[in-house]
Design a protein. Structure first.
Length: 156
């Protein structure tokens, strides 16, 4: 394995390494080669390769602001019932995304590339007591997605 994949921010997985090793064995006419999990572990150890999370876009959080929110939140919530306090959060579902882990040489930095643009954003919301869960809200690029033709409900 050379460093080209890692240098180009292309995630490399175990099955990819085993497949490439099998190709090399076939080209070199090595008939008894088996790219097993045990072989892969030995290969990683011999070549000082580690499996890491791909680190990409990251933002730092101001600890002072967090401390201020933690201090003030109970005061803000005091006058409300837990049935009346809702939380909503969004999550991106990237259905054409590369893996978030890769094999790389130990000591080498590991950075992710650009994320796939093919995604659906999902909004999930429920109240604090857990007694009321709002329906999922899906947000995509297409105004009328064909896959949801019979199930989609859009706010008017």
């Amino acid at each position: 394995m050379d460093k080209a994949g890692a240098d180009n921010n292309i995630p490399i997985s175990g099955p990819m390494i085993k497949e490439k090793a099998q190709e090399f064995a076939n080209k070199l006419h090595i008939d008894n080669f088996s790219g097993s999990n045990g072989w892969l572990e030995g290969f990683k150890k011999r070549n000082d390769i580690a499996f890491k999370n791909v680190c990409g876009e990251s933002n730092s959080v101001d600890n002072n602001e967090c401390s201020e929110w933690i201090k003030n939140l109970p005061i803000l919530l005091h006058d409300y019932s837990s049935d009346d306090v809702f939380n909503a959060d969004e999550a991106g579902l990237f259905y054409k995304c590369l893996p978030d882990k890769t094999f790389t040489f130990k000591g080498q930095p590991c950075h992710g590339g650009k994320l796939s643009k093919d995604r659906v954003t999902v909004l999930v919301s429920a109240n604090m007591s857990g007694t009321e869960k709002l329906p999922l809200l899906l947000i995509g690029k297409s105004k009328n997605p064909r896959c949801f033709i019979k199930t989609i409900k859009r706010p008017e």
